[in-house]
Design a protein around this ligand. Sequence first.
Ligand code: GDP
Length: 295
Amino acid sequence: MFDNLSEKLERSFKLLKGQGKITEINVAETLKDIRRALLDADVNFKTAKTFTEKVKEEALGQDVLSAVKPEQMMVKIVHDELTKLMGGASTDINLKGEPAIILIAGLQGSGKTTFTGKLASFLKTKRSKNPLLVAGDVYRPAAINQLQVLGEQISVPVFTQEGSKDPVQIAKDAIKEAKQKGFDLVIIDTAGRLAVDAEMMNEISAIKNAVKPHEILFVVDSMTGQDAVNTAKEFNDRLDFDGVVLTKLDGDTRGGAALSIRSVVNKPIKFVGTGEKMDALDVFHPSRMADRILG
Ligand code: GDP
């Protein structure tokens, strides 16, 4: 993802060989490399700064001479700090309700509708759930149709209300129907705009208040870098969501969003989208992501 950060680290760390303990002076160049790599990856400035300070704390005083492979020591320190920065372990979603209600939020084009289908398929096959999808984007007929096409592909029914412009009512009616027909999971796709606006936020807050979801997932395009972080912050301030879904990670060569989002909004990344197909979804594992970042 980065321009092979681990190679860079090993190279600059080799310069420390034979110097005994790591000191503030001899590690300065390596830290600069790390910071530069993070900024190149579009990690926000504050995150990059805090991160390098933490790595420095860990590294200072480490005994270079006694390490088996000293150049790998720094890579390990950076790997562990990256993992910590992204939350340490993976975080599950809450499926406890009867039915469990999951609300999907995000900007238009972020991959919301695609993710709604992927998540239904994932929970159906991996967690034996019986999901009902809800087409809550009442402004774009194409969005309703898109969800129906996906539903058919994965054999999951989609609740729609033709002609209705009231997503709150649609969501409530869908949940009523789920209870009547024995669905144990309701996933609500919502309308997005191209940028954060008050109307969209009011609408999604109204849905949240009306249906009291067990899980709110915020979907964001990882290719949008710093914007992804700002959008996440705005949605979180308003919705207090439970987790983040990073989409289009297959096209993201830098990965800054994955690193910055957790530290800026303090909410876990739960899933990553890795393609357009319905099975292109992975549970987010911070340690695996750290491996990928280090290259
Ligand atoms: P929405 O407006 O937020 O509902 O976004 P869509 O679900 O319609 O997705 C927008 C575009 O991104 C579509 O062309 C999707 O096929 C594509 N897309 C969604 N998720 C991914 C992903 O993980 N990887 C790639 N490469 N494309 C994706």
